[in-house]
Design a protein around this ligand. Structure first.
Ligand SMILES: CC(C)(COP(=O)(O)OP(=O)(O)OC[C@H]1O[C@@H](n2cnc3c(N)ncnc32)[C@H](O)[C@@H]1OP(=O)(O)O)[C@@H](O)C(=O)NCCC(=O)NCCS
Length: 168
């Protein structure tokens, strides 16, 4: 996508979040509703948010938080259904990783076990499946914890020239 821009922002519009999350899988099957959208939007205040824009329209976002297990945790990644397969998800993740790996040696995320497309997408980007948190969101289904690492915490700290935050 030629005109795609990835921006760091501090606000997520409720209508944008509703369009990208509600009405789309995996969130339909996971039972997401307006209250979940409201919680996502509220959590932006204490999270890191990247927006993907094309022709002034928001076509995707990635919301993450810092400091989990020496890493950044991706809470939600959504790309507009009509723009799947055009590199939006990859560019959002590349920007997230560029920022995360400047501070931490890990990026983590959870993906629902039945979401085979997203699991393949993350594997393609170099994420490894660590384990399954069974019956986490809905009964009979699990969240697969995935991790991408550039090394262990100690050598990462030692080798770093910049001041790192305290390990959590
Ligand atoms: C999963 C999702 C974020 C991927 O974003 P996207 O913009 O469609 O993916 P991209 O076009 O950037 O694809 C990047 C790579 O992953 C691969 N990929 C993407 N979707 C894939 C799929 N369903 N199956 C297999 N591979 C896939 C692409 O082939 C591409 O590989 P390449 O760059 O080597 O050609 C997007 O499909 C989405 O929002 N899905 C619904 C919500 C969701 O599942 N979010 C994740 C919740 S954890």
């Amino acid at each position: 996508m030629n005109d795609l821009r990835i921006e760091t922002v501090q606000h997520l519009d409720v209508d944008v979040c509703t369009r990208l999350v509600l009405g789309n899988e995996p969130w339909i099957r996971l039972g997401y509703g307006p209250e979940d959208v409201a919680a996502i939007v509220r959590s932006v205040a204490t999270s890191n948010l990247l927006l993907a824009r094309s022709a002034r329209q928001v076509v995707g976002f990635a919301l993450s938080s810092s400091g989990m297990l020496c890493g950044e945790y991706l809470k939600i990644l959504a790309v507009d259904a009509s723009n799947h397969g055009r590199g939006v998800g990859r560019q959002l993740m590349e920007e997230l990783e560029k920022r995360a790996f400047a501070t931490w040696p890990n990026v983590y995320l959870c993906v629902t076990d039945f979401n085979e497309g997203a699991r393949a997408f993350y594997r393609r980007l170099g994420y490894e499946e660590v384990g399954v948190l069974s019956d986490l969101l809905i009964p009979g289904s699990g969240e697969v914890l995935m991790r991408k690492s550039i090394g262990a915490w100690r050598p990462y700290c030692r080798d770093s020239k910049t001041l790192r935050p305290r390990r959590q």
